[in-house]
Design a protein around this ligand. Structure first.
Ligand code: NAP
Length: 483
């Protein structure tokens, strides 16, 4: 069922931060999976770069450990792993110093795609970009991949964009939001724009509201000091949830082309209304289940950082005027679940007496777990006893639809790295998009920072703070259960 794997052009990928957590958990295991699938040609090379004084063998051993830990056992083939490790090299480079750059220059070769993954703190982006240029390593055809966080407000995002643009053109810069690499997220575009079914109904006239939920069971897990500089709004809403909202709300692009898609997403962000304090609930998890609360995990006992946020957003354009988009995300919640639920309005007139049995049509797009889509429909309850209505799901689970091939669906990082090599920016954020998202988020954050209010406490393992339930109750609506 999964389509044939088409190998990408030979490439040299330099991973700055090649020994870091992200490289070991996601980037390198992902590259192995693409190699194993036959998508990465045998003449491609991956060059790890970090300050650590590692031999090539030590780097290969580290990557072998990562593959053993993070790749499903069924995909671990000793011979293939051996061949993959041969594609790996390591150069000790200090982003801020002179060591290693001449060596990196020396190993450059022509005729292959050149990509540079900045899997390091954003404070190093400028240093690396500048040295790639001054040493003549990255030319006009080079591509650079940058990780989140892309700024912590509009000013810092602008400064990062300016730094990168001093050395690279926008069409060379790949800003990763790994949510865009998820299979279901891309399927959202296919469902909306490859079917006639939904588009005529896809507007305020027929859609009552949209809920976007990203719930995690984990807490900040030892990253309290970092998280205190971020919080759920910066860490999740400004980027991941915003991207999901854009894909739901955007107008059909004229073509599935990077700038056509990103132009439409940008229009959505620019049409978002400011969000006032009444439309926002922030929360912090309490201790529970044998684990400490947020204030134990943070290094600041008075931290006012939110580990949960729910908000109501409105898009001021013809299509969406009057349809609220409810967004929520949080840590230490009841279940790990990410989904988008589009709730349709009631039919204009009911011909059935059984009004009791009626429920709204809901299109649920599940990102995790059990990726898939579900359309909640009304039907007649089977059997005698008159016309009684009941709701049933039209279920399309990827696991069922793809069977054994489901395992083959690349994870978000694999897909996105291959898109970098193919030179396709559709699933990457453009600089103006990121800036527009911060321009929307900044006043919201400034609101609670200037008021100095505290997030509401919520129980670990719950659905979030009480006030978040009220946010919808006030509008006569309810959140979907997190499960
Ligand atoms: P990490 O575990 O701290 O790794 C940082 C890497 O950068 C190490 O390889 C480190 O090796 C290298 N490094 C540090 N300073 C350097 C310098 N001056 N010159 C060259 N290399 C240097 O960090 P990470 O978790 O992998 O995160 C990397 C980036 O991805 C960050 O921007 C982070 O926000 C982002 N990110 C991470 C995750 C994740 O799940 N980890 C998820 C999303 C985004 P040496 O110390 O040997 O130099």
């Amino acid at each position: 069922m999964v389509s044939r794997v088409i190998p990408v052009d030979p490439f040299d990928l330099v991973i700055f931060g090649g020994t870091g957590d992200l490289a070991r958990r996601k980037i390198l295991p992902g590259l192995y999976r693409r190699f194993e699938a036959g998508q990465m040609t045998a003449d491609s090379r991956i060059i790890g770069a970090a300050r650590g004084d590692l031999t090539e063998d030590a780097f290969r051993a580290l990557v072998a450990e990562s593959i053993a830990e993070f790749v499903p056992k069924a995909r671990q083939d000793k011979a293939v792993i051996g061949a993959f490790l041969q594609r790996l090299h390591y150069i000790a480079i200090d982003a801020k110093g002179d060591g290693g750059w001449a060596q990196l220059k020396e190993v450059q070769r022509d005729g292959v795609v050149k990509a540079f993954y900045f899997s390091v703190a954003p404070a190093l982006f400028g240093d690396i970009a500048e040295r790639l240029k001054s040493h003549g390593i990255a030319g006009r055809d080079a591509r650079v991949v940058v990780e989140k966080p892309f700024g912590r407000d509009l000013a810092s995002a602008r400064a990062l964009n300016e730094t990168l643009r001093q050395h690279f053109k926008e069409d060379q810069i790949y800003r990763i939001d790994h949510y865009l690499g998820k299979e279901t997220v891309q399927n959202l575009m296919a469902v909306r724009f490859a079917n006639i079914l939904f588009e005529p109904l896809w507007k305020a006239e027929y859609i009552d509201h949209v809920q976007i939920t990203v719930a995690e069971t984990v807490g900040v897990e030892g990253r309290g000091a970092y998280y205190d500089t971020s919080g759920a709004m910066r860490d999740m809403v400004q980027n991941h949830l915003m991207q999901l909202l854009c894909l739901i709300a955007m107008e059909p692009p004229y073509h599935f082309d990077p700038d056509a898609v990103r132009d439409e997403k940008l229009k959505v962000i620019r049409a978002l209304d400011p969000v006032g304090p009444d439309a926002i609930v922030r929360g912090q998890y309490l201790a529970g289940g044998g684990q400490g609360g947020y204030l134990d995990d943070s290094e600041n006992p008075d931290s006012r950082t939110e580990s949960y946020i729910a908000l109501k957003a409105h898009i001021s354009n013809w299509r969406w005027k009057g349809t609220p988009f409810y967004l929520r995300t949080g840590k230490r919640l009841r279940a790990r679940a990410s989904e988008i639920a589009v709730t349709f309005k009631e039919p204009p007139h009911s011909i059935f007496d059984d009004a009791e049995g009626w429920r709204e049509n809901v299109l649920v797009i599940r990102l995790q777990p059990n990726e898939g889509m579900n359309l909640m429909m009304m039907i007649k309850e089977p059997g005698p006893g008159g016309m009684r209505l009941m709701q049933v799901p039209l279920d399309m689970s990827f696991a069922d639809a793809l069977g054994a091939d489901h395992e083959e669906v690349p994870d978000a990082y694999e897909r996105l790295i291959m898109d970098v090599i193919r030179g396709n920016q559709t699933l990457f954020m453009r600089g103006d998009e990121v800036e527009a998202a911060w321009a929307w988020a900044d006043p919201i954050i400034a609101g609670w920072e200037t008021r100095a209010d505290r997030p509401q406490a919520y129980d670990a393992g719950s659905s979030g703070p009480e006030d978040a339930l009220m946010l919808l109750h006030r509008d006569g609506r309810r959140w979907r259960e997190i499960r």
